[in-house]
Write a protein that binds this ligand. Sequence first.
Ligand code: B12
Length: 219
Amino acid sequence: MNNIKQIVNQFEKALLNFDKIEANRLLLAHVDEYGPAELINKIVVQALKRIGDSWQNGSLALSQIYMSGRICEQLVDELLPPASNQRRNQPKMAIAVLNDYHFLGKRIIYSQIRSAGFEVIDYGRKTVNELVEAICNDGIEVIFISTLMYPSALDIKLVVEKLEKERAKVKVLVGGAPFNMDKKLWQQVGADAMGTDGNEALNWVNKMMEEKDERNDIA
Ligand code: B12
């Protein structure tokens, strides 16, 4: 039987050959065994991490990372259902990439939260001012921010400061490579929490919903 390491190896090879059909075949062959979310975390994310490392040590070209990212975006779109039928009674939520052009993490978090039955507005990519304006205009109560570049991660501090100035009542959950590398960074940028994957984002939303229910019960 295939173990997960072998599948990651094969998947990585397919990506580097720009072979979307083989990459898709590999995922579909194991989707019943792991389920879409687990499959993405165990295979797609791991393969892309390794590709990123190889790029960093100079053994891969930027085009290979780029195409791998694009192929994975399409595969993840196909794997995770757009939304569950039942919307939940929930805080108003949105998700955005701040400043940089790494979209895959946001896409995964977005799909996972939506497929668990929550409604989330996808803001795509925003600058600091654009994001603050959108949050205030839409009355967002929970914002998920994804950044993979360190400077973008630091810019979250500006977002939080501007939101405070506007007295926006919004919780900020952050994620992406800089937060995975430095476990205290989310506090330094003034976020309410960080998450390493879609499951953690979901757990956090569920915890917030429970707290909200408890407050409503007391009132
Ligand atoms: C693919 C990739 C690209 C692709 C992006 C394609 C696309 N459409 O997204 C392309 C080729 C375009 C690209 C470009 C660049 N990249 Co790049 N890229 C990567 C790479 C290899 C993988 C990123 C990825 O998609 N991972 C898979 C996804 C699923 O993982 P993820 O985003 O981390 O998301 C997971 C978690 O972090 C978390 N998460 C993410 N967001 C959120 C949000 C919330 C709320 C929560 C709870 C969780 C969460 O959940 C996700 C699922 O588990 C990383 C390497 C790495 N180690 O991350 C470098 C990396 C991010 N890139 C880097 C760099 C430097 C660049 C470039 C500047 C390269 C260049 N010289 O041109 C440009 C800059 C573009 C820009 N301005 O944004 C650096 C960033 C360094 C830094 N920290 O500042 C990295 C870390 C590579 C490296 N080791 O040097 N890149």
